[in-house]
Ligand binder design. Sequence first.
Ligand code: SAM
Length: 279
Amino acid sequence: MAGTLYLVGTPIGNLGDLSPRALETLRSVDFIAAEDTRVTRKLMTHFDIRKPLVSYYEHNRVESAAVILPRLQAGESCALVSDAGMPAISDPGEDLVRLCAQEGIPVATVPGPCALVTALALSGLPTQRFTFEGFLSNSGKSRREHLASLKEERRTIVLYEAPHKLIRTLEDLLEVLGDRDIALCRELTKFHEEARRTTIAQALEYYQRERPRGEFVLVIRGAPANRTPRMSLEEALEVLDRFRRDGLPLKEASRLAAAETGHSKSNLYHAAVVRDRNA
Ligand code: SAM
């Protein structure tokens, strides 16, 4: 019977965040596949974990998978860990999970900290709907295309960024998205943890004076709803009446008419109430 691949989340800064189940898993598997064996060795030394390590990172993932998969198929169990946080999230791992799924090898999760979720929670920006965009590409064309695709994005946007690229990224964000609320979250779970809740223009001004330090997660407010009505209020009320004639209650009819006409739901609702009252 095949062994199991365990996706083990590790701390993004504070070693106290390694969960008891993560520790137990790292101590019980046959071997650990690590993105950076030096980083993982430090973690293992700290927690007195003695297990063989296999390197699995972006540039050796094909060769390394060719070693890991047969071992799993032969019944050994493996814990996959990245430098920090959840493996497979802006980290190698997604290929290994896909290959295991294809081969019928069980994959189990031992979730741990994840920088994007931690920053989002800390940001003070809307969290109900968000889009995680990972790192912006460095190369001109795909970077421009990626940024352009975010221009009309209404959901909160989450990006990862390294300190030495922060200023260029803020400049590009300002140019493409315009000035918006942003929370720059850095050193999460560490002594100097910070969420700078400001605007993109103010952040740019600040970091042009103060050198950015530590890894960043940028949480950016989505684009404002485009509320330019596409027709007059009178015409929009006719659309609402059409939905009402179909038997919908006023609230639902207002919601659908708002989506179709560009008027706000509450304006339509109140305009219909006032009109009906005066009829
Ligand atoms: N797999 C990781 C996770 O679950 O969050 C993400 C790995 S990705 C290669 C590394 C990026 O995550 C960093 O460049 C930074 O944007 C973000 N990050 C990781 N740890 C962080 C921390 N303690 N504070 C702020 N950002 C962090």
